[in-house]
Design a protein. Structure first.
Length: 202
């Protein structure tokens, strides 16, 4: 089996969303098809991992929860063999995606975070049609230009789906206030904070 290209992988706590607080193996895959101005990830580099080294790293701790992120992981050609190894080791796999590609089999929990800042191939806040039926959590980053009307496409809301709004971190106070004001009238949505940044962990 060929080497994988991985931006970084590390053990930490999931800091946001449905699984916040859970011990997790993060696997960040390189490259992205979007260009968000406030992105906090250096995703355009990678290191080569052999399948054997990756498998060994996955077994360094006893937790069996993995988060696949990016960049845009669903567009990465190395995703499938990485999923296969994680499944062989008994991991429950969550994936964080911008929603521009369908989710493959093997992912147990799909978090879709649609973005405005797409490339020319996709319209703003594009969501692949297949994801409307198999997404477990919708998570929007709210910055000072965010138009809450885009959220109307998720009505009617499903009882078993999480609907989250995350304030863009550089203008935390302003964006959090905007979210709270919205949730007062739309309680199906919840505030999701990036707690890992507050406690200074990866």
């Amino acid at each position: 089996m060929s080497n994988f290209h991985i931006n970084e992988t590390f053990w930490t706590l999931q800091g946001e969303g449905r699984w916040a607080g859970h011990r997790a193996l993060f696997v960040r895959l390189p490259f992205c098809n979007y260009d968000c101005p406030w992105c906090d990830t250096e995703y355009n580099t990678y290191e080569k991992w052999s399948p054997e080294d990756f498998r060994s790293f996955c077994q360094k701790e006893s937790a069996r929860f993995a988060v696949i992120t990016g960049g845009e992981p669903l567009a990465n050609k190395h995703l499938e063999p990485i999923l296969n190894i994680l499944k062989e080791l008994g991991f429950y796999i969550a994936c964080e995606t911008n929603g521009s590609y369908p989710a493959p089999k093997g992912i147990d929990f799909v978090t879709v975070s649609p973005k405005k800042y797409t490339n020319s191939k996709f319209p703003e806040y594009f969501i692949h049609p297949e994801l409307f039926d198999n997404t477990h959590e919708w998570k929007y980053v709210v910055d000072d230009h965010f138009d809450f009307q885009i959220l109307e496409q998720h009505a009617p809301h499903k009882k078993d789906v999480v609907y989250s709004l995350s304030p863009e971190f550089n203008q935390m106070e302003l964006n959090t206030k905007r979210i709270i004001d919205f949730i007062k009238e739309n309680p199906q949505w919840k505030l999701s904070l990036q707690t890992h940044k507050w406690i200074n962990i990866p």
